[in-house]
Structures are given as C-alpha cells and as structure tokens.
Design a protein around this ligand. Sequence first.
Ligand code: KIV
Length: 273
Amino acid sequence: MSVHAEVRRISVPQLTSYKGSKKIAALTAYTAPIARLLDHHLDMILVGDSTAMVGYGMPDTLSITTEMLTAHARAVVSATRQVCVVVDMPFGSYQESPQRAFRNAAAMMAGSGAQAVKIEGPAALAPTTRFMVERGIPVLAHVGLMPQYMNVMGGFKAQGFSDEVAERILQDALAHQEAGAFAVVLEGITEALGRRITETLSVPTIGIGASPACDGQILVTEDILGLSGGRIPKFAKQFADIGTLISNAVQQYANDVRSGDFPTPEHCFGVKK
Ligand code: KIV
C-alpha cells in the first residue's frame, strides 16, 4: 500500500455535482508540460481532437487516430494529479456501432488513464452513449457545432439560429443526458440556446461559444495563451501572449549562439569555476 498522501483527482460524478453550485473551468491540453501547468487551476482537461489542427497543423480534426490521442492523453494523465482528464474519441472510432465505440473507448482509457471519453453527435448517437455508460465508460457528449461533422454541416458554422435547428440541438442534448452523459459540451450556438439548454438539463453544460449561462466553459489552451498564430475564434479570449515571449527568447538564444555569448564555461563539463 502506498505511504504517500495522495491528492485525489476530481471525479466524473464530482463534476456532475457542480451543476448549480460551481462553474466548471476546463481547457484542452495535449502535452505533459502544458498539462502540468494547468493541473491545479482547473476542474477538467480535455485531450481534444483539436490537437489535429493545433498540434499537427492538419486542416481539420478528422485525421487524428485513437493511437495518437491515447498517447497524448497518457502524457496529460501522467503530468497531472488533481484535474479530471477526458479524452476525445476521434472521427470514425465510435459512430459505426455502440460495440465498436465501447472497444475503442475502453482501449483509449486503458492506454491513457483518462477518466472519461467525449463523443460528438446528435440524438442518433445517444444509444452509443448509453451502451458505454452502462459498461463503465463515462461519456461527455458534444452537440451544436460538431467539428467532426464539418463536411455535413458545410464548415465550422455557428448553429441554432432557426427555431427548428435550436429545438433539434436541445433534443440532442436531452437524448445524451437521458442516455447517461455526465455533462454536455455545447459548441458554437446562440446565446439564447446555450441558456435554454443549460436551464433545461439536469447535468452541467460546458460551453465553447455557447453563452456565459453555461455551467462551465472550455477553450483551446493555445488560443488563450497567444500560441495560435494570431488568429483566435470570436468566442475565445487571449489571456497572455506567450507566443511573443517564446519568439523573443528564441531570438535571444540565436543571437547569443551566433555571437559566442552562449555557451560560457559555466555550461561546460570539466571546466573549473
Ligand atoms: O477538441 C476540442 O478541443 C474540443 C473542444 C470542446 C475544445 O472538442
């Protein structure tokens, strides 16, 4: 038995219990150094399939694999102690059947130590949520603007402007909740719809471009840190300019290497002070 005093991670049921009492603060992370910095400040880290675009420079999220996301999630889990870690299921890994979804989700959780998976999808995917939850896999559902459906939706477009689409998205969220989802990510929907879904659901909503009324918020970490190459979505806010700090530090390093100011004897082995 371990003699270390362990800090317990925030659990999935704890996150659900925050509804109405505490806002969920969440961000994405794909690597150990970033995850380590986020750990003590957040309730949840999502190892998002956005790493396809943010980390690999792919044009969309469709080409990331379960193996890639499992490896990123393993790094994030090993660098954190406190936060609840959720891993995204990639495009094609869960839509075909609940059984296939379960097998892939179980392998991703076993291979990474993540506590839950996220799936994008309308109400038609609710049976998949139910199948996984009933077999021990906590599911975070994602409705509204679903980047994995970009080819069906015709791009990354905000949703819910018409009554018909707004009603459908509400029903999507309700279907996943009834199937056992522990929370629902609402992405890129109108303020009014974000508010309405949040007021209707008994599980927390986690918004990204979905109104301050949501029970929590999530953003892509690179967007808030100024690491997205100057272009951030309308719904994001840049809280720091780490990109400029990195660029200045690298320029200083290159200058010192070229001028011979680095390395100095203190950086050498076998040189007496
Ligand atoms: O992949 C992702 O980063 C997401 C968002 C909800 C942040 O799905």
